[in-house]
Every structure is written in C-alpha cells, then in structure tokens.
Ligand binder design. Structure first.
Ligand code: HSE
Length: 399
C-alpha cells in the first residue's frame, strides 16, 4: 500500500518517522506493508532521509494510481482543501490533522469520500493522540451524546500550568510551548481560543450529527487571564483552564469556549501541561473521560498513523461517519446558568457583593483588590449586572 504525506512540518515529519519506525507492526495490523512513496513540501531537506521521496508538485501524487492513501498534514484552509477534494475525487482516502479544514468542510468531505468509495479520516484533528473521534463515531455510537466538556488545546493548558505552578511569565511559557512544537504557526489561534473553537465545532457536529459552525460558538481565549487571577483562583482552591463546553438537550446544541475556574473535585483540574482531557456524557454509557497528550509531533503523528492503518484495512469499504451538512439547531446564547469569578477594586466590593451575591471569597494578590465567586445566574443576568461595575476580571466557574 503506497501512501503520500502532504507537508513535512512537525506533524508530517512525525508521520514519516512513525510509519518507518513501526513498519513491521503496521504491516501486520494493516494486513499489508505500508510505504511512503512521496512527501510533498515546498522546501528542500538536504541530508534528511525524506529527500529520496520528496516532491514539490502535488500532481505527481494525485496522478499516481499507486497512491491509495494521503496524509494531509499541511494545516490551513488552502491549498489543503483543494488537494483534499482532488484526492478524494480520485478515490484516494485522506487522513488529516487539519482541524481548520475539518471544522469548516468535514461533512462535505465525508460525503465526497463516500461518493468516490474512499474515506476521510480526522482522528488527529481533536485531542492530538487521544482517540476521541473514533470513540464518538464507533464505540459510543449507541449513545445519545448529551455533553462534551474538556481541555482540547495543549498550548494554552501548557501556558496556564507553567504560569500557575511555576510562576512563569505568559510569554516565556508560550515560547516553551512553541519550542516543544505544540503551538500553531500563528499562536494567536491558540491563545485566542480559535483552535479550541474549531475542535469544539468538530465535536459538537459529531455529537449532533449535523453541522455546528465555528461562528455558532462564542469564544474567549486566555489573553485576559492574569497572574493575579491565577493566584486568586488558587486561593479559592481552583485552577483556571480553557474549556470547551458542549451541551445537547431537546434537539438543541449549545457550545462555547472560554476560561473557567475548575475545582479539585473535577478530573479536569488534574489535566496539566500539554495534556488534554475530554469528558463525554452519553445517555447510556454515562461519563467517559479521555486523557492524553493533546499536541506535539509524535502523539499527533500516532493518531494520523492509526487512521492510515484503518484506511488501508478498509480500503474500498468506506465508513459511514454521521455528520450531515444540514445545520444543527443551536440553543439561544446567554441562557446557560453558572457562577462567575470576579476581581475588582475594593471600593466597588460592597456594591458588587450586593448585586451578584457571594459564595466564596479570596484575597487578591494585589492590595486594594478583592476576588470572589458569585451566586449562580444566567449569562445574560450576569452580563447586565457586571456592566454596572468596573470589574478587572470576570471568569466563568465550572461547577
Ligand atoms: N496548537 C494545538 C494545541 C496543536 O496546542 O493543542 C494540536 O491541535
């Protein structure tokens, strides 16, 4: 079975390494040897073993009938979208880590694959090395998925952990995440929550079996989270985590991405550094927790390699991933109820306590400031009340 890899960056070079490193067990498990015939990249890699199979023109790959499977690990919308459509139209299965493309066009590409008797796999698009996609599509397929909550961005979890546990400055922690190969090419996609939003769109679409667009998902990143908030959260017995929060009820879906205070009694409190944790609640199975490395060369490459073996084993027998292009019915935003963490100047504390109620209070690390947790209320209610104050920080609480 001949395959090609599009992109020789962090993930692409990892896929190349895993396929070569594990060639014997892969041959056994796929029922046939798998050989990388081409790697596509614009760059040259003098002295690297990839040189023997490196090409700069995608048509060499698309026009070669021997290539049956393509790993698209270039990332970004174009030209990945165009290459994927052309590959699927020619009956080549595509395995990808490209969450941007899957979130926007997953349903369409699954449909195109089925029409051409091949497959579109995207295990590595969410949770890095965590087998969450196949679990939702196969193992948990008998469940109605009611909730998916979790940490799905390794870079921001790494940054928040290093700031919280080791007192590192935001930019130093980000630089470490970049050096470890966790961050997106443009790290704003991580820290503004866009990467988590794309992953939330994929998870919500699979849970609903219908299209949830990124635009349907209100999103906040971690740029407003300060060292003072992390310290005050610690004083309250909590950590700050960037979470996706997906809920389904009465045929409606709601999804959001935002920083939350998470307490020690929740499993997600213990998910640190580059690890991701995803809590899935099914109406039959109940709660299932997925935990593993959410970013990095080999964990992500391992997930792509798993897809390649699956594609090789079932070549010509396309799977039936249920993700229709029809729009999912989205719940009205602002109606979800929860508690909120607020940090503000002491001179506003009395009014704030009266307006929002207090269920827990912590000293802020800065003198002249207080931090506390409000009573439970709807997002809309909280927003109208907090608008009357000059809050320095406001963060949702995961209860
Ligand atoms: N930048 C992403 C993350 C890579 O940090 O999670 C894996 O999708």
């Amino acid at each position: 079975m001949k395959i090609a890899i599009l992109g020789f960056g962090t993930v692409g070079s990892g896929v190349f390494d895993v396929i070569n490193m594990n060639s014997e067990i892969i041959a056994k498990r796929a029922g046939k040897p798998i050989e990388v015939k081409y790697v596509l990249d614009l760059r040259d890699f003098p002295g690297n073993p990839v040189e023997k199979v490196l090409v700069h023109d995608v048509n060499i790959i698309l026009d070669d009938p021997e290539v049956k499977i393509i790993a698209e690990v270039m990332g970004g919308m174009e030209p990945a979208f165009e290459f994927t459509k052309k590959a699927l139209s020619r009956g080549k299965s595509v395995c990808t880590s490209n969450k941007e493309l899957v979130a926007a066009h997953g349903a369409e590409l699954i449909e195109l694959a089925a029409k051409n008797n091949c497959d579109y796999y995207f295990e590595a698009s969410v949770g890095g090395g965590i087998p969450i996609i196949r679990s939702l599509c196969d193992s948990l397929v008998g469940d109605d998925i009611l909730e998916i909550k979790g940490i799905v961005n390794g870079t921001t979890n790494y940054i928040l952990t290093r700031m919280g546990e080791d007192g590192l400055d935001f930019n130093v922690a980000l630089k470490e995440a970049q050096d470890n190969g966790y961050a997106e090419r443009n790290p704003a996609a991580d820290i503004d929550g866009i990467d988590a939003q794309r992953k939330a769109a994929i998870l919500a679409s699979l849970a609903a079996g219908a299209q949830v667009d990124c635009d349907d998902i209100p999103t906040e990143g971690i740029t407003k989270v300060t060292a003072e908030d992390i310290a005050a959260a610690k004083g309250l017995g909590a950590k700050i985590k960037l979470l996706v929060n997906i809920r389904r009820d009465d045929e409606k879906v709601s999804a959001m991405v935002a920083p939350f205070l998470v307490f020690e009694n929740c499993q997600l409190y213990h998910v640190n550094n580059v690890f991701n944790g995803i809590l899935v609640t099914g109406n039959a199975t109940g709660d299932v927790l997925f935990y593993g490395k959410g970013a990095g060369k080999l964990p992500t490459a391992g997930a792509v390699a798993g897809d390649i073996i699956e594609a090789a084993k079932y070549y010509g027998l396309p799977s039936d991933t249920i993700w229709s292009r029809e729009k999912a019915n989205m719940a009205k935003q602002g109606s979800s109820v929860g508690r909120f963490y607020v940090r503000l100047n002491e001179n506003e504390a009395m009014e704030a306590r009266k307006l929002l109620g207090v269920t827990a209070e912590s000293a802020s690390s800065k003198s002249g400031e207080v931090a506390f947790i409000t009573e439970a209320m709807s997002e809309d209610d909280f927003n109208s009340k907090i608008a009357k104050l000059n809050a320095l920080s406001k963060i949702r609480v995961y209860d």
